[in-house]
Design a protein around this ligand. Structure first.
Ligand SMILES: NC(=O)c1ccc[n+]([C@@H]2O[C@H](COP(=O)([O-])OP(=O)(O)OC[C@H]3O[C@@H](n4cnc5c(N)ncnc54)[C@H](O)[C@@H]3O)[C@@H](O)[C@H]2O)c1
Length: 352
């Protein structure tokens, strides 16, 4: 297998590169290595061929695609950003760059794509009404509820407080910010490319990814990294709401393994096919659990549950990864305690 990993210098991309090398695959990386993301140039295994450049530049993409069988497209501008002023940058690096890449793949006859997507395409997670047992789409959370410490959303018809359920791939898609919209648009582009060129594409909707070399706290970082960075400063992790927000935290090496499984799978897919899969852990944990585990394994101060809230935050989102297990034979292998124990002292990107 000759694999191109875009964003191969990033947190997840580097783990995909390591896993592909371990399988004996030939690996090329395309990454812009922008100093804002990479304060120091990352070090690569000597077997990796590095193309430094912008995925939105057609000549760079042509060069990077030369002789490649499959593209594992990880490069993107990640996180929630600082303000709406970031929107053009998200669209440029995520959607425009994906369009340039896919056009290059058509030119070069590269017909297999694995796309890094995200759980953010769902917006709020799945819920059931405990009184009826029926699935319900929650209404927006009211500020008065949040102030009163009622954090779970309500049934918009009856006002009953809802119970969280597992999100499956057929859930309604509801991207709620520019990053989420750009990730969903990447999926739509990949699907349109597959249909129009006869290529095949798999989108992996990663849930909260954590593990070694995660970027340290920036406005674009995930919550596990914010807790780790606080602990590294000797401070207690600050947990919003009541800490009971449920997420599917998934270890980065398991995400890399899902990418390899998908790269094998796209090979045998029907031409013009597009599939999307959740990639999450089997165990459901809360954000409070993550803060507590990192404090415990890192011998740091216990978390502080602050009751602070942000109106737009998603309350619960937990994935069912049954489909990818069924169809690709992938399953997570690193349990929560094992992963958090390692992550509590693992190096972060950008940490001195
Ligand atoms: N980290 C998570 O929890 C998570 C969750 C869901 C989805 N994802 C997706 O996974 C992918 C990888 O995320 P990550 O956490 O490793 O992010 P990251 O920022 O660590 O890595 C992204 C890499 O892409 C590169 N890049 C960005 N724009 C580029 C461009 N225009 N041209 C070339 N290279 C460019 C960056 O230099 C960086 O090395 C992204 O597509 C992201 O949306 C991540």
């Amino acid at each position: 297998m000759r694999l191109l990993v875009t964003g191969g210098a990033g947190f997840i991309g580097m783990h995909v590169v390591d896993a592909a090398l371990a399988k004996g695959w030939q690996v090329r990386v395309l990454d812009s290595l922008a100093p804002g993301i990479h304060p120091r140039p990352p070090r690569f295994d000597p077997r990796v061929e590095l193309v430094t450049g912008d995925a939105a530049d057609p000549d760079t993409v042509d060069h990077a695609l030369d002789g490649v069988d499959t593209v594992c497209h990880q490069s993107a501008k990640v996180g929630l950003g600082v303000s709406f002023a970031d929107a053009p940058d998200y669209i440029r690096n995520n959607d425009f760059a994906t369009a340039v890449l896919l056009a290059g793949m058509e030119r070069r006859g590269v017909a297999r794509l694995v796309l890094a997507s995200s759980m953010v395409v769902y917006g709020e997670g799945a819920y059931t009404d405990p009184e009826t047992g029926q699935p319900v789409r929650p209404g927006p959370r009211a500020e008065s509820d949040l102030q009163a410490g009622i954090y779970d959303p309500r049934n918009p018809q009856t006002g009953t407080v809802l119970a969280p359920a597992m999100v499956t791939e057929d859930a309604r898609l509801d991207p709620r910010n520019v990053y989420a919209a750009s990730k969903l648009s990447q999926e739509h582009l990949a699907s349109a490319w597959a249909r129009s060129t006869g290529g095949s594409a798999v989108a992996l909707r990663y849930h909260n990814v954590y593990g070694p070399r995660m970027p340290r706290d920036t406005p674009y970082a995930g919550v596990a990294s914010l807790f780790r960075s606080a602990l590294a400063r000797g401070e207690a992790p600050r947990v919003f709401e009541d800490g009971a927000q449920r997420r599917s935290f998934i270890h980065v090496r398991d995400v890399a393994a899902a990418n390899l499984a998908a790269a094998g799978f796209v090979d045998g897919m029907p031409r013009g096919g597009f599939r999307a899969y959740n990639v999450g852990a089997d165990e459901v944990h809360t954000i409070g659990d993550v803060a507590a585990a990192l404090s415990r394994f890192g011998n740091g101060p216990a978390p502080v549950v602050t009751g602070e809230y942000r109106l737009g935050d998603v309350r619960h989102i937990t994935a069912s990864s049954a489909l990818i297990k069924d169809e690709l034979g992938w399953a997570p292998s690193i349990g929560f305690d094992e992963g958090m124990r390692e992550f509590a002292t693992a190096p972060l990107r950008g940490q001195d």
